[in-house]
Design a protein around this ligand. Structure first.
Ligand code: FE2
Length: 302
């Protein structure tokens, strides 16, 4: 029996073809181009030290090691005095630890804090949604700051310790609720590094000394309190990775934060969330994807 051919209105055919082409373009561009097309954001911040490079969310693994190597070369070409990285060095696999040694090539004084992926804390969608609930029970005020409720025991202290050790071998000082006073020219810069919030570990070190300028590093921007900092540097959101014009980031539909850029912009108090360098894989975990949200290297006063 002959199946009758379906006759489509030519305008409908063109519409189908246009939508199909758009989807193909979106998939090609967001998988093959944008995840490796970093941009450099130059921040001019009065009072902050010069030649500071800030990165986050490298998520180093086999599939992006070559790309991370190119980022390291780019950062070195910016001749940084200080390199700050606010967490998520790995993604979800202990074998990726070996790639952290790539960062030994970075020039400058190097400081880091750990992120939730470094502790394997809530690194899937279900875990992330669980954190949304736990966060409601935490106290983010300066006086009563307490995120211990986020310590649900579902993370790996061993992995966090291993990441820290690899970073130290690569020349980093890893700050876990600790501070360091850096001499930069004739100024003293207070650098405070806060441990991961999703693992319930963040608290401010006591008796912080006065300094000419203070920079705080933390992984999750949602865990910031109104502390007495000049510049807060966070990551974690990846800016949403996929950001459609008008609609925004689908990630926010799951209650997850997708903001990036200047969160707070007062004359002596700024808070910046980077889109990050790496990406987490989408399409059921098979491909890094970014759209309208390229990876970012942040250069402060450089
Ligand atoms: Fe991340």
């Amino acid at each position: 029996m002959k199946v009758p051919a379906i006759k489509l209105d030519p305008r409908l055919k063109i519409a189908f073809l246009a939508i199909f082409s758009l989807v193909l373009f979106f998939l090609f561009y967001s998988i093959s181009v944008e995840p490796r097309s970093y941009s450099i954001t130059r921040l001019e911040i009065e009072g902050a030290p010069a030649k500071v490079v800030f990165l986050a969310d490298l998520h180093i693994r086999d599939s992006n090691a070559g790309y991370i190597r190119s980022v390291v070369e780019k950062v070195n070409s910016l001749d940084p005095d200080i390199v700050l990285i606010s967490g998520d060095f790995i993604l979800s696999n202990a074998k990726d630890l070996e790639h952290i040694s790539l960062l030994s090539q970075l020039k400058g004084r190097k400081y880091a804090v750990l992120g939730n992926h470094d502790y394997f804390s809530s690194i899937n969608l279900a875990g992330s949604r669980m954190k949304v609930g736990e966060k409601r029970e935490a106290n983010f005020t300066v006086q009563g700051y307490n995120v211990s409720v986020m310590d649900d025991g579902l993370y790996s202290q061993e992995m966090g310790d291993d990441v820290k050790q690899r970073l130290e071998e690569a020349g980093f000082r890893v700050l876990k609720n600790e501070y360091e006073v850096l001499d930069v020219g004739d100024k003293e810069i207070l650098l405070v590094g806060l441990d991961d919030c999703w693992a319930g570990k963040t608290h401010l070190p006591p008796n912080l000394p006065a300094a000419d300028y203070s920079i705080y590093l933390l992984h999750e921007p949602e865990c910031i309190a109104d502390w007495d900092y000049n510049l807060m540097l966070t990551g974690h959101t990846h800016g949403g990775q996929i950001v459609f014009p008008i609609i925004g980031a689908p990630q926010s539909l799951f209650g997850m934060y997708s903001f990036s850029g200047m969160l707070l912009d007062e004359p002596n108090k700024k808070s910046y969330v980077t889109r990050g360098v790496g990406s987490y894989p989408m399409l059921f975990g098979i491909a890094d994807m970014r759209f309208n949200c390229p990876p970012e290297i942040v250069l402060i006063n450089g």
